[in-house]
Design a protein around this ligand. Structure first.
Ligand code: SF4
Length: 456
């Protein structure tokens, strides 16, 4: 029995996904736009009128009035058209938002929607020109979101405790390996889509940004990486551009900052205002950060500073991240060695200096980057074997991994043999994602324990 068969036999995905899609609402418009731009839905589509369409260029985020993206290129019936592209969760939004009468939307080449509207199957401009419309299929959206019905399952021993306890260690190892491989394959394919859409450097850069955004600022960091892309930072002060694009150079912040930080902010501003028109998305499309309820080390100011530090050392990072054969330790050591005169001794732009030096890019975050992006990609590209991945040890399970361990094994002591390797952490997270977060009956109706009995 394979892990995939076990998963399918438990949830019977086609029926299950239908139910979830009907019950769930769409994510926010900005998240849909960020996913689209990252290439998460691929390049090949069919218009609602049945014409095949290929996205040649995803364009760039629009910083002014008009459609969401400018300079996109799409191929329809063998003809490539260039121009702006609009994304709406609902097909009806085009009319509701007045785009049909707005001259700013006159040149739109494509209208992308996620929910159909029988009354709005045709998108028309103020000149009564028909704009091709595509409806992103629900299964592509589900795959890109990869989001179970709930975010957390409480940390208590679950019903699969007994079958797992009876299982020989070799069988548990096989189960975890299969779950970890499933997770690595899905993550590699997701990153490969971004690479296919924007190239290997942009793919890696977005992966770093998303890792730094974990957990509450993943979307803001993805947006930042898309609006201030790596290629646009070349030859410029990455620190100033990223802080400016993030919206962290506002006069309010200057007023709240300690005396010594104000000089730093003033120098960033001196650079930022010269480049501002090329990056600033304006108040309507500003990035909304979550700053409350975060540990100081996870504050978005620090995370943006870490992204700037990597962007400033990109050639070295790229060489290590794309090495063949891939080796994990040099990547972690390099990231941990990054320093900055201000950020090695400061948590946020408004905090007091720290007494001890703090890592700009911590080892735990570096391991997240390895587990979620670099190792899956290296395996997908045959630059590392599973045997090598299996050898990578880690001593610090995060809170989510600990929660999975308690649900599956009862307590951290019993789970200890499965908490020492990075791949086992990933396996626990995958089982938690596939079963615990899908179950809404507090284990009672979860079929995983019964299926486990057949696992050899
Ligand atoms: S929800 Fe299912 S997989 Fe998760 S702990 Fe309970 S029985 Fe086990």
């Amino acid at each position: 029995m394979t892990y995939g068969f076990l998963y399918d036999s438990v949830w019977h995905p086609p029926l299950f996904q239908e139910t979830v899609r009907a019950a769930n609402d769409l994510p926010s418009e900005i998240e849909l736009q960020a996913l689209w731009f990252s290439g998460a839905f691929g390049r090949e589509f069919t218009t609602v009128c049945g014409r095949p369409i290929r996205i040649v260029q995803f364009g760039e985020w629009n910083r002014g009035t008009g459609p969401d993206f400018s300079h996109a290129a799409v191929e329809i019936d063998g003809v490539t058209r260039n121009g702006p592209l609009e994304i709406d969760p609902d097909a009806a939004a085009w009319e509701q938002h007045g785009h049909a009468a707005d001259p700013n939307f006159r040149d739109t080449i494509l209208h992308v929607v996620f929910r159909p509207s029988p009354a709005h199957r045709f998108t028309r401009t103020c000149d009564h020109r028909d704009v091709p419309q595509i409806l992103v299929p629900g299964d592509l959206l589900d795959e890109a979101l990869n989001r179970p019905p709930r975010e957390t399952a409480i940390a208590h021993p679950g019903r699969c405790l007994q079958p797992l306890r009876r299982m020989p260690a070799a069988s548990v190892e096989r189960l975890l390996t299969a779950a970890a491989k499933k997770r690595a394959t899905a993550k590699a394919l997701r990153l490969q889509r971004v690479i296919d859409a924007h190239g290997p450097d942009a793919g890696l850069y977005q992966a770093v940004a998303e890792t730094l955004g974990y957990r509450h600022n993943t979307l803001p960091m993805r947006l930042l990486a898309q609006r201030a892309p790596l290629h646009a930072l070349q030859g410029k002060d990455a620190h100033a551009i990223l802080f400016g694009t993030a919206g962290f150079l506002s006069p309010d912040l200057h007023a709240d900052a300690p005396e010594d930080i104000r000089a730093h902010l003033a120098s960033l501003w001196d650079t930022w205002w010269k480049h501002r028109s090329g990056f600033d998305a304006g108040p309507e499309r500003s990035i909304r950060w979550r700053t409350h309820g975060q540990r100081p080390a996870n504050h978005p100011h620090r995370r943006v500073a870490a992204l700037a530090a990597i962007a400033g050392s990109w050639p070295r990072f790229r060489k290590l991240a794309t090495a063949a054969p891939f080796r994990a330790k040099p990547v972690v050591d390099f990231l941990h060695s990054l320093k900055h005169p201000l950020w090695s001794r400061r948590h946020t732009l408004t905090s007091a200096p720290t007494t001890r030096e703090v890592a700009v890019f911590g080892r735990a975050t570096a391991r997240e980057l390895l587990a979620n992006h670099l190792l899956p990609l290296a395996r997908h590209q045959d630059r590392v074997t599973w045997r090598e991945i299996h050898k990578i040890r880690t001593s610090q399970p995060n809170e989510k991994v600990k929660r999975c361990a308690i649900r599956l094994f009862g307590d951290p002591d019993r789970a200890a043999p499965w908490l020492r390797r990075l791949c086992h952490h990933q396996a626990l997270l995958q089982i938690y994602h596939d079963f615990c977060l899908e179950d809404t009956t507090d284990c009672e109706a979860c079929p995983f324990p019964e299926q486990l009995a057949q696992w050899r």
